[in-house]
Design a protein around this ligand. Sequence first.
Ligand code: MN
Length: 721
Amino acid sequence: MHRGRAARHHVLVLRQYELVERVRRYDPDADEALINRAYVFSMQAHGNQKRASGDPYFSHPIEVAGILTDLHLDDETIATAILHDTIEDTLATPEQIEKLFGPSVARMVDGVTKLSKIEAQSENERAAENLRKFLLAMSDDIRVLLVKLADRLHNMRTLHHIPSPEKRRRIAKETMDIYAPLAERVGMYEFMKEMQTLAFKELEPEAYDSITKRLAQLKEGGGDQIARIGSGIRLLLGRHGVEAEVSGREKHPYSIWRKMAERHISFEQLSDIMAFRVIVRDIDDCYRALGLVHQRWPMVPGRFKDYISTPKRNGYRSLHTSIIHNEKARVEIQIRSEAMHAQAEYGYAAHWAYKMGRDDGSPDSMGWVRDLVEILDHASSAEELLEHTRMAMYQDRIFAFTPKGELIQLPKGATPVDFAYALHTDLGDQTVGAKINGRVVPLRTQIANGDQVQILKSKAQQPQPGWLSFVVTGKARAALRRFVRHKERDETIALGRKFYDEIVGRLPAQLGKDALAQALKRLHLHDEAALMEAIAKQTIDDAAVMEALMPGAGAADVAARPLPQRDAISIKGLTPGVAYQLADCCHPVPGDRIVGLRRPGEPVEVHAIDCPTLAESGDDADWVDLAWGDGSDGGAARLTVILKNEPGALGIMAGIFGAHAANILDLSLVHRDRSFHTYRIDLEVHDVTHLARILAALRAASVVSSAERIRVEQPSRQAGG
Ligand code: MN
C-alpha cells in the first residue's frame, strides 16, 4: 500500500468519505463526526496554501492521516494528524482546537507542534542522538510520536518537489539521523525502511541508482529465484512437521549499501541480498526450524544471532542466520513466531496485545490499537507509559534548552543551578536567578522536559551554600563544595583578624614593625592567614598570641576573650555570622521547612516554605535554602483556639500549656459570642513535635472546640486582632 502511493507524484487528496471509510473498516465505532469536523476545519484553515509540489497544502495532513490508517490508529489520532499543522501554519488557535475537538486531540496537536518547533532548531549534527532521546521523552503520548513519524514519512515521499538541493539534503540527513532510528526504536520497521530508502536516494543518488539497477538485473537473470528458494524452505520444514509461512524479499537498497560500506566489499561480493522470513507457531518451532535449515544448508560462520534468548533493546525477538543456498546465493533467514512477528511489524502495541492475551494473532486486528489507547488512558503518568513502552531508559533524563536553542541533557530533578553549572562553572558561580519559559522562578525549581531556561547572572554574585540541598548534578555539587570550603576559610580568617586587632589593642605598648613576623616564627606558623585561622578556631589562646607578639605581655593579660555563645537556634545554609530573623508573618518553629529571603543590606528573613510572602517577594530578593541546625530549640508559634463559653475554660487551656512546659508569650481575645470565645495565642515551643503534642492535648479537652496553628494570618483576622 505504501509503495503504491509513494510512486504517484501528484497525489489526489484523499476524499473525506474515503478517509472515514478507511477508519470504519477497522473500527466500526470510530467517531465519524470528529474526523469529518477535522477534515473541514483543516481544509478551511489551510485555505489556498500550496505545497512545493503545487498540490494544495491540505493534501499533506490528509495523506499523513491516510498513512496512520494503515496502522489502524484510533479516531483521535487520525483527527490529530489532519489538524497537525494548523497551529503552526494557519490562524487556528489551540483554544479553537480544544473547543471543537476536545482536550485529548488538542493536547496531541500541541505535542506535534512542539516537536516541529524543536526540529527547526536542530542544526547541530552532534545533537542528533540527544534529539532522538528528546523526541522520545517528549512524546509522553506515543500517538504524538506516531503522528510525527507519519508526518516526516509523507514529507520524505514528497521531498523531490522541493527545489533547493541544500534543503532537500538537510531534510534527508535529519531523517536518516533522527527519524529513521526513532521509528526503529519504537518498532515501526516499515516506516524506518521507507524513510531510509528515500533519504538514501537523496543523499547518495549514484549509489542508490547503481544498487537498484543491479537488483533489477539480478532479478531478470535469476528468474523467480526468490519464489523458488522460499518454497524449498517451506517444503523442507513441512516434511518435518513444522508448519511455516515463508516469505522472501530483496533487502532494501540502503541496507545493502550500508553492508557494502561497513565491510568494504563490492556488490558482487555481497551475496546475501535476499532475505527470507520464516514465521512459525511458537518458540519451540523456531529452534526446530533453525536446526532443520542448518542441517540442510551450511551456515555462514559469524552470522547467527539469537535474539530470542537475548532480545534487542527495543524488544525485538527473532533468530537470524545466513546460509549458503547454492554456490552463488547466500541468503539471510529470520525465524520467528507469530507473536514475535506481530511485534516486529507493529511495535510495542502488538507486544501488549499478545501479553494481554486479547489478540487473535492476526496483525490487522484492532486489538493492539485498543490496548494501546487503553494503556494511554489509564497510565496515570508519563512515567508509567514510558515504563510500558520500554522507553524507560530515558525516564531519568530531561532535556532543556538554552535561549539560543542548545539542548542540555540533565538528570531528572535538575534545577536552574544544575543547568548553569552544566553550561559553565563560571556561569554557575555567577547565577543570581533564572527564568523558565520566560518567567522568573526560584532557583530550586525543578526543570521540566522541554523547558527553555535562561540564567540570570551577576559578576558580584557568589554561589550559595544552601544550593547544595537541591542540586542534583555532580558538577554543581563539586563546584559548590569547593566554593564553600574556600569561603569558610576566608570568613574564618576575617574573623581571626578581628580578634587579632582586639588582642593587639590589649597589649601594653605599640607593636614593632617586625613583631608579627617574629611572632609567626615563634609560633611555627608559616603565614599570617594561618595565625588568623588559629585565632578564630581558638587552637591558640590569646595569651599565647600576646606572648609571641610581645614576650612577657601574655601572662599579664586579664581580659580573656569569652568563648562565643552557642545560639539556641541555628540555621544551616547561611554563612556563619550572617544576621537573620524569624519572620513574624508565618512564625516558623524548628521542624518547619524554611526558606530565607535576602535583600541587600538587610538581615535574612526566615520564612516557612508555604508562606505567601515568599511568592510575593520581588526580584530584589534572593531565595536561600535553609534548614534548622541540629538541636535547634525554641520558636514562637501562633495558635487560634476556640473555647466553649464555660466557666474555667481559660484556666483549663492555660493548664494544658503549663503541663507541656510551653510559655505563653501573648494571648488575646479575638472574638466572642454567646457560645464561643476565640483566642489568639503566641506560644513558645521547642519545635513542631512539641507543638503537635500541645495541639493534640487541647483538642482532647472537652472545653476546646478547635485548636489550630496559624501559619499565615488572613488579613481580616489581622484587622480584628
Ligand atoms: Mn506536517
